[in-house]
Design a protein around this ligand. Structure first.
Ligand SMILES: [Fe+2]
Length: 202
């Protein structure tokens, strides 16, 4: 039997509060526009999490909030120095929080690893990593958009070589797969800015 990426939740794993996430933003020198993005992704993820629950797939709200706030923790660093912000961010999050559930959501927020088996997107899209990934793809900077708008912007900003364009297209296909699977699982994916869950940051 191969090991699975899902694991039982362990109560000794702490979940950072919003203020602790903000402290990590500052420690890792997150740029202000990335902070604004993460905050909107958090509101989007919490909004979709409620819809997951309505569809019979509840997730822990504190995990959703912390994972969304920390998903781009390493983005500023990699803008300066290059590298994979999802992998580096997950390593930092693991070191800082010792919570593998949050680190897993961070590492998987760009590309999902599994095409086959129980963890394939089609089989079970109502998971924390897919929620964070999908919410991220519905937020361009700090604005709610469709997948098509988000990826058109990604191609414009990051599609500087054919290789990068190909990668963005793979990512687009995956995100479409997530969206279609969520619809099939009864999750409403239409989103108006006024529907977003409010977050008290102070
Ligand atoms: Fe990201």
């Amino acid at each position: 039997m191969l090991p699975l990426l899902t694991f039982e939740y362990n109560d000794t794993w702490k979940v950072p509060t919003m203020q602790e996430c903000f402290r990590l933003w500052n420690k890792y020198q997150m740029m202000p526009h990335i902070k604004a993005h993460c905050l909107t992704v958090a509101r989007t993820a919490l909004t979709f999490a409620k819809r997951f629950e309505l569809a019979g797939h509840p997730l822990r709200e504190d995990l959703v909030l912390a994972s969304a706030l920390l998903h781009d923790l390493a983005k500023s660093y990699t803008i300066y120095y290059g590298g994979d912000h999802a992998g580096l961010g997950a390593a930092w999050v693991m070191q800082e929080t010792q919570n593998p559930v949050i680190a897993q959501a961070v590492i998987a927020h760009v590309l999902w690893f599994f095409d086959e088996g129980e963890l394939a997107i089609d089989k079970n899209p109502c998971t924390l990593p897919i929620l964070i990934s999908y919410a991220d793809k519905r937020v361009q900077h700090d604005k709610i958009v469709s997948l098509d708008e988000r990826f058109a912007d990604l191609i414009k900003r990051y599609g500087t070589t054919q290789e990068k364009i190909d990668l963005i297209n793979i990512n687009y296909e995956q995100s479409k797969k997530m969206e279609n699977a969520l619809i099939r699982f009864g999750v409403d994916i239409n989103l108006e800015p006024k529907q977003l869950v409010k977050i008290k940051t102070k």
